[in-house]
Design a binder for this molecule. Structure first.
Ligand SMILES: *Cc1c(COP(=O)(O)O)cnc(C)c1O
Length: 421
């Protein structure tokens, strides 16, 4: 599509947008009494208006039924995690038995590492990105220590080439090949939180399969943002959070994917609790853990129903909109943002550059803008002007146009504010 830099053009795109009505399903925050230009859905997604109704259902059942809500509530709490299997399996490209909603992201990452990081002799290393999100890095370091090993000896980092910011698939693959007899695990984020780069998960999974290396993926910035096919790609396990693109509220519940291939491998070490036990005997209060097959067997505790109610409300919206349509709009929205910023960079030798890949196959909705000087000041200025975005030290502004609730008008307004700040 040929874009134009004008408000009228942006509004015309909104008019034609088949998903335009979804914005009305969300509360848009205000700055100085006016609707903010909210571009921070990669950090905290906006609140669907339907969350209140869903929360009320559970509050009422708790109020009126007490403990009976477990069996006789409108959405019986005992089975709450089942309510997500269908929606989540569609979002990550899995079978329903391969996913379960539980806990928080880094907790789940630790649970997965306990099962899937199995160092043996020389094969004891984990390959990760040098610029991985710190929480993932901490979890990996500690898990290595729990095996009595030294993270210095066991972490293999892939780094961008000199003068480059993002990674090349060929470099990830050659690093895996180089260490193929020493790697116990390859662990990557599907979309890097800082640069917004989307990795070629299928190609990397193929190489891991070829060398019999376990492959885990963090979907924090990928779920609800890009299309995923974890089952088909033969990813071993994955985790994610729901408060970013899944709009399920601060600290919202996380989930895991465990490939069917491992569903009945009960010899894998794992942490245990009654919720992962065979459902038929859970309440017989027997001794000795009998894990359920599939991802559900990694559950530990009973479901946090109040936070899951928000998740439920939000996933209903994803079910209706569908990832295919969302991704289509997302590519256009982000493409428009890129067009507006780039035409300006050419015109005025701007004080910033986009570090996110320009190929749509190599990114989700986020563009990361690296500032060259006075970046923090620029960020504070645009914040004052009504933009809610995200600042990452030392010099990056992350912008995430979200197809469910952002409009082309938002994008035009943002670019206009940034370029005149
Ligand atoms: C957001 C994010 C986290 C946050 O972890 P929590 O356990 O949800 O606090 C971890 N890893 C990555 C890659 C993230 O993007």
């Amino acid at each position: 599509m040929k874009f134009e830099n004008s408000l009228a053009f942006a509004c015309a795109l909104d008019k034609k947008d088949p998903l335009k009505d979804y914005r009305k399903l969300f509360h848009i925050p205000k700055v100085n009494g006016k609707e903010a230009v909210y571009l921070c859905g990669n950090s905290l997604g906006l609140q669907p208006k339907s969350v209140e109704k869903h929360l009320k259902i559970e509050l009422e059942d708790w109020k009126n039924l007490g403990v009976e809500g477990h069996l006789h509530g409108k959405n019986p709490w005992l089975y709450y995690h089942h309510f997500f299997s269908k929606s989540i399996s569609k979002l990550v490209g899995a079978k329903e038995s391969e996913v379960v909603v539980m806990n928080q992201l880094t907790v789940n990452l630790n649970l997965m590492l306990i099962s899937f990081y199995r160092p043996e002799g020389k094969r004891n290393k984990i390959l990760i990105e040098a610029n991985e999100f710190p929480s993932d890095y901490y979890a990996i370091e500690q898990q290595i220590k729990l095996h009595g090993l030294n993270p210095k000896d066991c972490i293999v980092e892939v780094m961008p080439r000199k003068g480059e910011v993002t990674l090349r698939t060929e470099d990830i693959i050659s690093k895996i090949a180089e260490h193929k007899n020493e790697l116990a695990l390859v662990m990557l984020s599907a979309v890097n939180y800082y640069t917004g780069q989307l990795f070629e998960i299928k190609k990397i999974a193929d190489v891991c399969c070829e060398h019999k290396i376990t492959f885990g993926v963090d979907l924090a910035h990928a779920i609800g943002n890009v299309e995923l096919k974890l089952h088909e790609w033969n990813v071993d396990f994955a985790t994610w959070c729901s408060y970013k693109y899944l709009n399920s509220g601060p600290g919202g519940v996380s989930g895991v994917f465990v490939h069917e291939y491992h569903a009945k491998n009960f010899s894998l070490p794992r942490l245990a609790g009654w919720w992962g036990n065979d459902e038929k005997t859970r309440f017989e209060m027997r001794k000795h853990f009998v894990p359920q097959p599939g991802a559900a067997g990694w559950q530990i505790s009973n479901a946090p129903v109040l936070s899951m109610a928000a998740h439920k409300a939000s996933l209903e919206i994803f079910d209706k909109a569908g990832m295919k349509a969302l991704r289509k709009k997302s590519e256009l929205l982000t493409g428009y943002l890129e067009f507006l910023l780039k035409s300006e960079i050419r015109n005025q030798k701007s004080d910033f550059k986009i570090i996110t890949p320009s190929e749509k196959e190599e990114r989700g909705c986020q563009l990361s803008i690296q500032t060259k000087k006075n970046g923090r000041k620029l960020f504070d200025k645009i914040t004052k002007a009504g933009v809610i975005a995200d600042w990452r030290e030392p010099d990056v502004i992350r912008i995430a146009p979200v197809p469910l609730y952002n409009s082309f008008e938002d994008i035009w307004k943002f670019a206009n504010i940034l370029l005149t700040a």
